[in-house]
Ligand binder design. Structure first.
Ligand SMILES: Nc1ncnc2c1ncn2[C@@H]1O[C@H](COP(=O)(O)OP(=O)(O)O)[C@@H](O)[C@H]1O
Ligand SMILES: [Mg+2]
Length: 219
């Protein structure tokens, strides 16, 4: 295997389509390569075959080229769908950047392209001092930003992109996701972002988009 490409998929918020888009990206990459999806931290899970499993991680696991054991895809999983640093305090298990980096150093390298889905948005707290973004900085991978095209997304998109750049990371590009219905004035909002954002535009994901007519650039 040549050098592995690693992407971290973040979004403008929770529920903006990070998982939906990641699944499509995995399918897209797996047409000509090997790609595995990871979900390091998940909050919101139910018992399945004797262990807590999260829906996002299961989706990524099944879209991957290699079916890893659940715990390899999702090492940190909480039952409650709440902020992970609060969930971790409730169960007395701390989440740290160094713990995540150690996990990643052991897990990486099993495919050509690894796609790591974040949790929440860019500045997700891990504990009282650290953020998930520091893990991305630690492993120095490129970032893909999913913009959930809903009211408020212009502000969220601009702030997110600006902050990732300030954090010194490379943004591979951004993706406009229509979520579960097209927003009012979708085209106008999309045009504004295309004009004002100076990172590559990877493409548009329509409502119920499938791999069939997916057009992506810059990947
Ligand atoms: N392009 C889309 N078409 C149809 N449904 C979508 C689309 N994007 C997201 N959804 C749905 O919206 C919900 C939130 O998306 P999800 O990918 O789980 O967001 P996130 O991972 O950012 O929390 C899910 O039910 C998902 O299936
Ligand atoms: Mg998700």
């Amino acid at each position: 295997m040549t050098q592995q490409t690693v992407y971290f998929v973040t979004g403008t918020d929770t529920d903006v389509g990070k998982t939906y888009v990641s699944q499509l990206l995995l399918q897209y990459f797996n047409q000509s390569s090997t790609a595995i999806g990871y979900k390091p931290i998940a909050a919101g899970a139910s018992m399945n075959d004797g262990e807590l499993k999260n829906e996002d991680a299961l989706i990524l696991q099944s879209a991957s080229s290699l079916q890893l054991a659940y715990k390899e895809v999702n090492p940190i999983c909480f039952k409650e769908p709440i902020a992970p640093h609060i969930a971790s305090e409730m169960v007395g298990e701390s989440i740290t950047v160094s713990g995540l980096t150690q996990w990643w150093n052991k897990s990486k390298g099993q495919c050509d392209i690894a796609l790591i889905e974040g949790a929440g948005g860019w500045r997700l707290p891990l504990n009282n001092k650290e953020y998930l973004s520091s893990f991305v900085k630690d492993i120095q991978c490129e970032v893909i930003v999913v913009v959930g095209m809903k009211l408020g997304c212009l502000n969220h998109a601009l702030l997110t992109l600006e902050t990732i750049k300030q954090d010194g990371l490379i943004i591979k590009g951004w993706i406009a996701n229509q979520c579960d219905s097209p927003m009012n004035f979708y085209e106008e909002n999309l045009a504004y972002l295309k004009q004002h954002v100076d990172v590559p535009f990877i493409g548009e994901i329509k409502v119920n988009q499938t791999i069939d007519n997916l057009i992506l650039s810059h990947l």
